[in-house]
Design a protein around this ligand. Structure first.
Ligand SMILES: Cc1cc2nc3c(=O)[nH]c(=O)nc-3n(C[C@H](O)[C@H](O)[C@H](O)COP(=O)(O)OP(=O)(O)OC[C@H]3O[C@@H](n4cnc5c(N)ncnc54)[C@H](O)[C@@H]3O)c2cc1C
Length: 270
């Protein structure tokens, strides 16, 4: 389908994007890679009157190191994350997750900020950020604030972003030596996760086991108390609330969470 008509403005800086958001209010939407927003506009699930393009704002792109954290600009594309020597060395789980998003075309347009703001519970990068214990930087008319990944995802496609706020950057702890695992069960290669599991250093995050990326807290607690990976993985579905669709019912998703957690805890990357 063809989207409803809209105006297009290219932001020149983060401050300009925030000013444009304030000027246009609810009529405006930020446009990053467009790989979630444009399909929604074509389906008329979204009909913004103004698109504020942030994809070419230099200060929103790029990956740097700040002490023991990586700072990743919101407009950094999945392909740049996956290919970054810095990310591969310091947060290999994140580079791996980015390499599994969609197909090459999507990875060359889609951005980490867009993926996190869109907050699809089946997506790769929200789960990876929760597993890594990262955070996001948000800026709006009232200033800047940091929100931990655990608190950022508030509901089904909902986040802590307030109207008028821009996600400017993502901070990820450097964990070069931590054992990590990543399991994504898909119907076809490069698809969305039917269930996903990311583990690192005793933290376990699940994709598509509820309205937001969830921590498998019972399994984490069991690991901390000395349980084996197999014992802990048996608890991976506790406290989750997976939906049902044509790909899997609730029971099958719970089964997948247990099996994939076991594999991920064994340090498997697939
Ligand atoms: C066919 C297909 C397959 C896909 N497969 C996968 C997959 O396997 N795994 C996966 O994780 N994802 C997948 N995706 C989604 C992909 O990762 C998108 O790129 C991503 O979800 C959205 O990023 P974007 O930069 O394109 O955002 P956009 O579509 O531009 O924006 C998405 C939303 O976020 C808002 N937004 C964007 N940037 C910001 C910001 N900096 N601050 C505040 N709000 C912002 C927008 O206003 C909009 O509401 C797939 C997409 C397609 C089309």
């Amino acid at each position: 389908m063809i989207p409803a008509p809209f105006d297009y403005v290219q932001a020149e800086s983060a401050a300009h994007a925030i000013a444009l958001l304030a000027e246009h209010g609810d009529d405006a939407k930020l446009l990053a890679g467009g790989h979630s927003l444009l399909p929604m506009m074509k389906l008329r699930l979204a009909a913004p009157e103004v698109l504020i393009d942030i994809a070419r704002v230099p200060e929103l792109a790029g990956i740097t190191r700040d002490g023991d954290e990586l700072v990743i600009g919101a407009a950094t594309r999945h392909a740049d994350l996956a290919g970054s020597a810095l990310v591969r060395a310091q947060a290999p789980l994140l580079a791996h997750a980015a390499s599994l998003v969609g197909d090459p075309q999507i990875r060359h347009r889609g951005t980490i900020g867009g993926s996190l703001a869109h907050a699809d519970p089946a997506a790769d990068l929200p789960m990876a950020l929760v597993a890594l214990g990262g955070s996001v930087q948000l800026s709006g008319p009232d200033g800047a604030r940091a929100v931990a990944a655990d608190d950022f995802f508030t509901g089904f496609f909902e986040t802590a972003l307030e109207p008028g706020e821009l996600l400017t950057a993502v901070r990820v702890p450097c964990r070069p030596d931590a054992v990590w695992g990543y399991q994504k069960f898909v119907r076809r290669a490069n698809d969305w996760a039917i269930v996903g599991v990311a583990t690192i250093g005793g933290r376990i995050a699940l994709a598509n086991m509820g309205p937001v990326p969830l921590r498998a807290r019972a399994a984490e607690d069991a690991l901390a108390a000395g349980a084996s990976p197999a014992e802990a993985a048996r608890l991976a579905a506790e406290g989750t609330s997976p939906g049902e669709d044509i790909h899997a019912d609730r029971g099958y998703r719970e089964h997948l969470a247990r099996v994939l957690t076991r594999r991920a805890l064994d340090g498997e990357h697939s």
